[in-house]
Each structure stands twice: as C-alpha cells, then as structure tokens.
Design a protein around this ligand. Structure first.
Ligand code: NDP
Length: 335
C-alpha cells in the first residue's frame, strides 16, 4: 500500500520535502472493519493548516503519519454487514491507495449513489466544499433576490458553487479569480454576472474601481476565501447591513501577514462578519447535500476538476493548489 506521510513541518511556504512516500503491507481486517480501494483523493487548503503545529482552523496532524484527507473509493473487502464488496463509498481515507476504516463507528464511511452523480463529485460540489458554499451563503449571507453577492476564489471548488447558488436565488453574482481564463469560465460556463481578475487589478484602489463597475448597486454579501487586499477592496464597496461569510483566508496560509486596512468600515456600514467551520454544522449537511445533489444530477450546478494522476503526484498538486495552479476542484486519481 503506497502512502504519503507528513515528513516535516514547513517553515513558511510548504515544499515537496515536507512529504515522504512509503510502501506498507495492508493489514488483516478485524470485525466491523472495511478495506477501501481509494479511487479519488481530495486535496483541500485546510491541509496546509494541519501541517503546522500551531492552532489553525484544523487540528495539527502528527509527523510521520499518513496525510489526512477525504477520499472516494470502492469497498475491496468487508467484515461489516453494512458494506458489501463493490459499494461506492466516501470517507476520510487519507493520502494512500488503500485504507482500513472501522465502519462500526457512525459517520466514518458512507455509501454513495453514482447513478446520476459521478463518484468524484462527492468530494467537490456534492461534498464538503459544496456544503461549505451552501452554509456560508444560505446561513450567513442569507441573500434576498435582487441582492449582489461577491465571492473570491470564484472558479474553485467552494467559490464556483457559491455563485451558482446565489444566481439560483435571484441574486447578482460577481466572482473574483486569478487570470483571464478562470474569469471567462466563471462568467461563460458558470453563469456569474461578472468576474474580476485580481491579478490584472493589482492594489486595493484598482480592485475597488473594478468592483464598483461590476456591482453598480454595491455589495450585500461577500463570501471570503482569500483575505488581504481583496477583502479590503470589497469592504470599500459594501452596503449598509451587508454580511461577510468568512470561510477562508488562503493568501495567509503559508504564514504571510494578512492585515485588514479599514476595520472601521464594519462599524460605519453596520456589517456582520461571521467565520465558520463546515464540520461544526453537521445539522445542515442533509439539506445542503439534497439541494447540491439534485442540482448536479440535473446539470443545473456545474463544476470543474483538476485531476493529478497517481498518489506520487499528490504533494506537487497540493502545493499547486496553494498557488492557484488548480482550475476547479483539485483531486488525485489513484485508479
Ligand atoms: P479552491 O478550489 O478555490 O482552490 C484554492 C484557490 O485559492 C486557488 O485556485 C486560487 O485561485 C486561490 N488562491 C490561492 N492562493 C491565493 C492567494 N495568495 N491570493 C488569492 N487567491 C489565492 O479551494 P477550495 O474551494 O477548496 O477552498 C476555498 C477556500 O475555502 C479556502 O480558503 C479554504 O480554506 C476554505 N474552506 C473553508 C472551509 C470551512 O469550513 N471554513 C471548508 C472548505 C474550504 P485563483 O487562481 O483564483 O487565485
């Protein structure tokens, strides 16, 4: 069984030598356990936080252990009556080809139906990133039809869903993304009303001017994935009583400082800013997954994937995700 371990903790930017690949035998199954052949590994920004030993929104992971991560795969052997060989399953299988999961513990492994929804989508639009988008939009921003919602990292796993759900609720959806290709995709394929290329509009003043054009009625809801100058520019265009769902601040994950230029705008605009962690809101998952699953199955919700080939490609793909080299949900295909 090929596995990727956390070999060392990064100081500053994460690098390939923070990871180590090993081969280990697959142990025997005990009662209640299931052996899963992982087909897809999900790479997510939160993994960067776990590589540090300091507090972040995810717990640190121990050195020399298999990198944690969500996986979608197929049951290869089972000593648990609830799971049959061949079942398609989703769980936290980690960066490895095979995983043994004690499926007698509730919520450790769930079967999924791939008749209308591809297996990989359960790691993206119909999985944790999709529910993240749903929670921040529906529960925190809670937009009314006609309002303007802005989202950063708009072409990514979370951001792409935020804008499409906002459109479905009758809002004006405006994305912010890095590069002309990503912006064209966000508008032409995903159906956002506009998208701003933050790499072509460097600086708060320029970004703010672009936002003024894209959001003629100001901004009522902002779904924050990035932090830094993008947040500062959005704050300048925020309406009174607007809401910010603080989901992520990826521009600071390698340890860069992310100061906020004008926090007083929160006061003068009477804004609400709320951070959240999707795994702490399990109560909304069934409702969110029902909407997301229906929309994907009926092709109303579109998504895009960046797929790295084979486990050995995982570290490089992960480092690329932290630099915006992915275009859509970053996965690793194992078989
Ligand atoms: P994405 O698929 O959006 O990939 C990350 C994207 O972030 C990159 O493609 C890149 O897009 C952008 N990015 C990377 N570095 C920078 C930078 N320095 N400045 C600006 N943009 C950058 O990832 P996800 O959809 O999985 O995650 C999006 C956000 O949601 C992250 O902040 C993540 O931590 C957060 N998250 C939070 C959860 C929670 O429970 N709070 C749960 C899941 C995700 P581009 O090329 O457009 O810059």
């Amino acid at each position: 069984n090929k596995q990727v371990l956390l070999a060392s903790r990064p100081s500053g930017e994460a690098a390939a030598d923070n990871f180590r690949i090993v081969e280990t035998p697959v142990p025997e199954l005990s009662d209640g356990q299931v052996l899963v052949r992982n087909h897809y590994l999900s790479l997510d920004p939160y993994m960067r936080g776990r590589m540090n030993d300091s507090k972040s929104y995810a717990q640190p992971q121990a050195l020399d252990t298999v990198m944690l991560g969500g996986t979608a795969g197929v049951v290869a052997a089972s000593k648990n009556p609830a799971f049959q060989v061949g079942d398609k399953v989703v769980g936290m299988g980690g960066w490895q080809d095979y995983v043994i999961i004690d499926a007698s513990q509730r919520g450790m492994l769930r079967t999924v139906d791939t008749t209308h929804i591809p297996l990989s989508a359960y790691l993206g639009a119909v999985g944790m990133p999709g529910v993240t988008a749903w929670y921040g939009l529906v529960k925190i921003i809670a937009p009314k039809a006609g309002e303007t919602v802005v989202v950063s990292a708009a072409s990514g796993a979370v951001g792409s869903v935020v804008g499409q759900l906002a459109k479905a609720r009758g809002c004006r959806a405006v994305g912010i993304a890095g590069g002309a290709d990503k912006c064209a995709y966000v508008v032409n394929e995903l159906g956002f009303d506009a998208c701003i290329d933050y790499k072509a509009q460097v600086g708060v003043k320029e970004l703010s001017a672009a936002l003024k054009q894209a959001c003629p009625d100001g901004i009522d809801g902002y779904f924050e994935n990035v932090g830094g100058t993008i947040l500062d520019a959005v704050m300048q265009r925020a309406n009174a009583f607007s809401r910010i769902a603080l989901c992520g601040m990826i521009s600071g994950y390698n340890g860069e400082p992310i100061p906020m230029a004008a926090p007083q705008l929160l006061l003068t605009n009477r804004m609400k800013l709320e951070g959240f962690i999707v795994s702490e809101h399990m109560e909304v998952w069934p409702e969110a997954l029902t909407e997301l699953g229906t929309r994907v199955a009926t092709k109303q919700l579109k998504y895009r994937e960046s797929i790295a080939d084979g486990l050995a490609a995982a570290p490089e793909a992960f480092l690329g995700l932290l630099k915006g080299k992915n275009f859509g949900k970053q996965l690793v295909k194992l078989v």
